[in-house]
Write a protein that binds this ligand. Structure first.
Ligand SMILES: [Zn+2]
Length: 222
């Protein structure tokens, strides 16, 4: 069963007050429809019944995929690198065998869902993304402000990313051979053992990848 709460939301346009069901935790193995609602963003959409004004809700959500053994805690705008929720660990003692991630945004949540559903290692994906993004930044001459895993073609052995470049957030899609992912896996195996054993929810993002790369360079220099 999904974990929900009722909250009073006041319409920012007309001031109408309406009790709204807010999802705090969902189990998509039990309720696959909720997975669809997350991916289509329907779960976060709010519409004022009085004036039809539409808004996006920003609230924490614990996304639990029991079948694929991953949990993602989305806490909007969180900057912490790790979150240990002892209450949650008590409630779900089996979660130590589950991949647990912390994400600060809806786009990052969707990206992690895609990565884990494809059976990929998100640490290697972040490292591959970092490598591809620096190539793109040099080639186009703009800063990469954001980037997401966007496709895996197992037949053609390709992995793809969508990047946002410069102040105008120009969209750039780039696919590349899977070798970059496999090489990244070597780095993960060399440096990330300690991270893999950490308890709680871990933030595996661009900052994590940069740190892992620095650690790796130290290892191969010694
Ligand atoms: Zn309204």
């Amino acid at each position: 069963m999904a974990n929900t709460t009722a909250q009073n939301i006041v319409c920012p346009k007309c001031g109408f007050r309406v009790e709204t069901k807010i999802y705090q935790g969902i189990n998509v193995t039990e309720e696959p429809k909720l997975r669809e609602s997350v991916l289509s963003e329907k779960l976060f959409r709010w519409k004022c019944p009085a004036c039809r004004y539409e808004a996006t809700l920003k609230h924490p959500l614990l996304y639990n995929d029991v079948k694929n053994k991953f949990m993602i805690y989305m806490i909007p705008n969180i900057v912490s690198e790790q979150l240990v929720d002892s209450k949650l660990e008590e409630e779900f003692p089996e979660t130590s065998a589950v991949t647990k991630r912390l994400v600060p945004s809806f786009n990052a949540l969707k990206e992690k869902i895609m990565i884990f559903e494809e059976g990929l290692n998100d640490m290697a994906v972040e490292l591959a993304k970092l490598a591809v993004s620096s190539v793109i930044a040099k080639k186009i001459g703009k800063n990469v402000t954001d980037g997401y895993f966007s496709m895996l073609d197992k037949e053609k052995n390709m992995i793809g990313f969508t990047f946002f470049l410069g102040d105008d957030h120009e969209v750039h899609c780039q696919s590349t051979r899977m070798e970059i992912y496999l090489k990244s896996m070597d780095i993960v195996n060399a440096v990330a053992d300690s991270d893999s054993n950490k308890s709680g929810f871990l933030m595996v993002d661009r900052r994590w990848a940069q740190q892992a790369l620095n650690d790796y360079k130290k290892i191969i220099h010694d």
